[in-house]
Design a protein around this ligand. Structure first.
Ligand SMILES: *[C@@H]1O[C@H](CO)[C@@H](O)[C@H](O)[C@H]1NC(C)=O
Length: 481
């Protein structure tokens, strides 16, 4: 009986769990790390070593060092690896020259919420091999179902800077010991080492709970996005330049990007891990995409344009694609990868548990058949509205011609429309614009004053009219005349 229950439990977890992500803290306070010293070198025998007098610090020492002198930290500890230690130097090391005062850097600057200070990978092996995954800023710092790792042979210090919110984690590993519950971890926090590693109020809740939804789980950092952005100095002033025409704002990202965003509506058949692996195996591993970065995660559905969000499906899968060179205009690699993914969805979407895919790109300068507007429903609605708008005068004109309707008002109205369309033809011929609708609306929303409300819609409909739609009464030749 018990075995059966256990078996069911195991079965349940093995089918319902999404792969964990491992997040590893990058900075350390190791004695041997050159970036911890103001002279960017490890102290040698003639040096006078100075630790910040008013700071607390834990320092991991890997080997023996002979030094001329040392000012100890106010409160702190040295964690000595086997065989490591300090000695006062007797002999003169020719390589050390005269020696100098060498200062240890202030470790209090490294913020937990700084996305630049974490590596993310799908396994510890990947972490060690430098095979990191790319994600939006909110997910670069630990998420609620992540395993957090501080490298075994390192000392470190994390500044939490009061945020008021509790940090939820699956597990946390410190100095090679993995904590999966609050009780043991709070014991560690109270130890001398723990207090030096995590000074200040750290509201960490360790759950030992993995993401139990095979369609994926939200990271859970939406509430601290602003904290993350300012910790990472990813605010408007410091964001990289976006030289593309219509920069995009991915959900959970601090800065606008040049690239592409695909959003997916999923069904209960969707399996997050499988789809991510499919993207990596089928597309990302191709040599032509070696410089392209792709982030995929489940995020809160955003209100886009006119579309109303039904209450029952409040999340969607977001895929963000950018070039390795952040800030460069949308490269053709990004475009073609995005199109490859959309093509794949057309044929396999249903069997993958994906009911809809929407692609938005930031490039405004595509030409020819590369232009494939897949902005989904909203474009659909607009074209639909347009069809109605144009077909009413169209039908009236037809009826008028047939002698059924003789209303000069309608003729006038129609003639005016005709005139506008002609104008549109001219402008379309002079300068080509990529009518990716969502991007237009987004930028319209972001820059109030440029377009607003109805105007933006009208603008877009006109653009669509020049591009997408041929009026059966006025064929393309009118534009050529
Ligand atoms: C030294 O510290 C820097 C910054 O804290 C870190 O990026 C780097 O990986 C460390 N170097 C080594 C060899 O661990």
């Amino acid at each position: 009986m018990e075995t059966a229950a256990l078996f069911l439990l195991v079965l349940f977890f093995s089918i319902g769990i999404t792969e964990a992500v491992y997040k590893q803290w990058i900075p350390d306070t190791n004695f041997e790390n050159v970036s911890n010293w103001d002279e960017r070198r490890v102290p040698c025998s003639q040096d006078k070593v100075i630790f910040p007098g008013n700071k607390k610090v834990s320092v991991y020492v890997q080997t023996t060092h002979s030094l001329a002198d040392m000012n100890m930290p106010w409160d702190g500890e040295f964690i000595l690896a086997p065989g490591a230690g300090f000695s006062a130097s007797a002999e003169v090391d020719p390589e050390c020259d005269k020696g100098s005062e060498i200062h240890f850097h202030d470790p209090g600057q490294d913020l937990w919420f700084d996305p630049r200070l974490w590596h993310a990978a799908l396994s510890t092996g990947d972490l060690n091999n430098g095979k990191f995954i790319f994600s939006v800023d909110a997910e670069r710092v630990p998420c609620q179902f992540d395993d957090v790792i501080f490298s075994p042979d390192t000392s470190f210090q994390v500044n939490f800077k009061a945020t008021g919110s509790t940090i939820r984690l699956k597990s946390i590993s410190v100095l090679g010991k993995r904590f999966t519950g609050d009780e043991e971890f709070s014991q560690h926090l109270q130890s001398n080492t723990g207090r030096l590693q995590f000074p200040g109020p750290a509201a960490i809740h360790i759950t030992d709970v993995a993401c139990g939804d095979k369609t994926g789980c939200e990271c859970g950092n939406t509430g601290v996005l602003q904290v993350i952005c300012s910790a990472g100095q990813l605010v408007e002033k410091t964001c990289p330049k976006t030289p593309c025409k219509t920069p995009l704002s991915p959900v959970g990202h601090c800065c606008k990007i040049c690239g592409a965003i695909i959003t997916l509506d999923y069904t209960s058949d969707f399996i997050f891990d499988d789809y991510r692996n499919r993207l990596v195996d089928t597309f990302l591993s191709l040599p032509q995409y070696s410089l392209v970065k792709l982030a995929i995660s489940k995020v809160q559905k955003q209100q886009r344009g006119l579309a109303k969000i039904p209450h029952d499906s409040s999340t969607e899968i977001q895929i963000v694609i950018i070039d390795e060179k952040n800030g460069s205009p949308t490269g053709s690699d990004v475009e073609s990868l995005a199109n490859d993914i959309m093509d794949d969805l057309k044929t396999h979407g249903t069997s993958l548990g994906i009911s809809k895919g929407t692609l938005v790109t930031s490039s405004g300068s595509l030409t020819g058949d590369q232009v494939r507007n897949r902005a989904g429903t909203i474009a659909g609605i607009v074209i639909g509205v347009l069809l109605i708008c144009v077909s009413v005068p169209g039908i009236l004109y037809f009826l008028h011609r047939a002698g059924i309707v003789r209303l000069s008002y309608f003729t006038q109205l129609f003639m005016r429309n005709h005139h506008e369309l002609e104008e549109e033809c001219e402008t379309e011929q002079k300068g080509f614009e990529n009518p990716i609708f969502e991007a237009d609306v987004e930028s319209a929303q972001d820059t109030p004053g440029l377009y607003s409300g109805e105007e933006a819609l009208k603008e877009t409909i006109q653009k669509q009219s020049g591009m997408q739609f041929s009026n059966p009464l006025y064929d393309g030749s009118q534009c050529d005349s």
